[in-house]
Every structure is written in structure tokens, then in C-alpha cells.
Design a protein around this ligand. Structure first.
Ligand code: 13P
Ligand code: ZN
Length: 270
């Protein structure tokens, strides 16, 4: 067996959590990540039949049966993950129609997966149903996105259109737009189901007054989506109170659609 601390998926996760902390998106234990692993790759480092303990999930997700995930621990500080991955991360295999997560590695000292496990697993199932290449669900608390949810309408079309107008690249990076949930209690199956529903049509879901979820084929992909939205939200907050003299028009965005071969969400451009 190879040393798991050298596994590329673990190294990337450690690098990503430190980077997100450096961005200021993950204060204290804020944020959580789940990464779908290839069991053959995991087998190079672990005996996947050797289970440390069964952890009940409190929900069903039949589609994920047999899949392995690397998941941040509840209460873990992103700034510390790289220094103690075996405490702050875990590898689980989903069993029993999603009702059980079998711990294969990690969560040392009796830890467990993130309190947002329902939102992560239900979102994985939703994304995989429309995009079999999806591997990552990533949640964090970026300042500008959060701030924007206090002062902007939460109507998804309006929220998306404002973001698209804040930077030329936006409509190219997330042409499907952004899902927005009103404030809800976090860490519940209900917010998990609501997030997953939005994930069927968008890789980005904002939780008003809380943060954002991004999905992607790898960590960079999900991170890049959130990075783009966060930058656009920052520009919005810089200019929202000023007289706007120039903007990106719907006609401009149609030109971008043509140039970059993307299609803005139906009905979102006038
Ligand atoms: P966890 O520490 O359980 O991952 O929770 C952090 C968080 O961001 C809750 O939404
Ligand atoms: Zn959160």
C-alpha cells in the first residue's frame, strides 16, 4: 500500500482548503468540501473493505451507493487541515441506499463528516444525474456574495443578471445562472434537498445571508466558479451606490454567447 498522505487527491484537498482560508472565505470552521473518489485509486492507499465505523447519514441517496468521498470533518478549521489531515478529513463509502457512510480513513479522535453532509450528498446525486463528470461540491462563506444577499433582490433571474453585468467573463463562466435560496436553517435535510433541486440546473447555489455552493469536475473547477461570482459581487458592492454610466447590455451578452459558444439560461436575456 502507498502512503495515503502522498495521494494526489489528499494533497489537492489540503492545498485547496489552505488557499480558501487565505481568501478569507472560511473563518473558523466555516465551509466544507466533498470530493468523489475513484475507488480503484483509493485502493492503492487503503483496503476499502476495512471499515473503521459505520456513521448513519439520516437521509437516503440510493444513487450514491458504493461511491467513495473525501469529506471535510465537521468543526474542522480550513487553516489547519494541511497540518493534520487525518483529523480534519475523512474518506467514506456510501452504503445501505445512502443511509450509512462507512468510514475508511480519517476523522481521527472520533470526528465525523461535515454537518452539511446532506446538502453535499444530495447535490452530488443531482449533479451526477445531469453531468456524469461532476466530482466536487464545495461550500464557503465569501464576504461579497454574502453582503450582496442583504442588499439585492433574491430573485434568481435578477441576481444572475446583475452578476453577469459586473464582469464580461461571467456569462461565459456560468451561463446557466445562479440558484438562490432564501435564508434557511443550515445543516438540515431540508436545505440539502432545496440545494440539490437547484443543482439540477445550475452549478452554483447561493444561500442568502450564509454563503455559496459550487459544483465542478474537479476542485479547481468548483473553486473557479465561486471565485468568479465573488469577484463580480465585489464589483457590484463597489458600484451599486454610484450613478451607473456604462454597462454590459443584453446585446453584448448575445455577442459573447456567439463568440464563446455558450447559451445563457433560457429567458434570462431580454
Ligand atoms: P461544518 O464545520 O459542520 O462543516 O459546518 C461549517 C459550515 O459552513 C456550516 O454551513
Ligand atoms: Zn456554511
Amino acid at each position: 500500500m502507498k502512503d495515503i498522505l502522498t495521494a494526489p487527491f489528499l494533497r489537492e484537498m489540503m492545498r485547496m482548503t489552505s488557499n480558501m482560508y487565505a481568501h478569507g472565505w472560511d473563518e473558523r470552521n466555516g465551509g466544507n468540501i466533498s470530493l468523489l473518489l475513484d475507488e480503484d485509486e483509493v485502493s492503492e492507499y487503503l483496503d476499502t473493505q476495512c471499515v473503521i465505523k459505520d456513521i448513519p447519514t439520516g437521509f437516503e441517496a440510493e444513487e450514491l451507493e458504493g461511491k467513495c468521498f473525501l469529506v471535510t470533518a465537521t468543526g474542522s478549521y480550513f487553516k489547519n487541515i494541511e497540518y493534520d489531515p487525518a483529523k480534519n478529513l475523512g474518506i467514506v463509502k456510501i452504503a445501505d441506499k445512502g443511509k450509512t457512510a462507512k468510514l475508511l480513513w480519517g476523522y481521527r479522535n472520533g470526528g465525523s463528516f461535515t454537518s452539511e453532509f446532506p446538502a453535499h450528498m444530495m447535490s452530488h446525486a443531482a449533479r451526477l444525474s445531469v453531468d456524469p463528470a461532476n466530482r466536487v461540491i464545495l461550500h464557503c462563506h465569501p464576504d461579497n456574495i454574502l453582503a450582496m444577499t442583504y442588499v439585492h433582490s433574491l430573485d434568481e433571474r435578477e441576481f444572475t443578471r446583475t452578476l453577469w453585468r459586473m464582469e464580461t467573463e461571467c456569462v461565459v463562466v456560468f451561463p446557466e445562472g445562479i440558484g438562490v435560496l432564501p435564508w434557511m436553517v443550515c445543516g438540515t435535510n431540508e436545505i440539502g434537498q432545496a440545494t440539490a433541486e437547484k443543482m439540477k440546473t445550475s452549478r452554483l447555489v447561493v444561500w442568502a445571508q450564509h454563503g455559496i455552493y459550487g459544483a465542478g469536475k474537479d476542485l479547481d473547477d468548483a473553486f473557479g466558479l465561486i471565485e468568479t461570482v465573488e469577484k463580480a459581487a465585489g464589483i457590484y458592492l463597489k458600484i451599486a451606490h454610484l450613478p451607473i454610466l456604462n454597462t454590459i447590455t443584453d446585446e453584448d451578452m448575445r455577442l459573447l454567447e456567439k463568440r464563446f459558444g455558450v447559451k445563457a439560461r433560457e429567458g434570462y436575456l431580454d
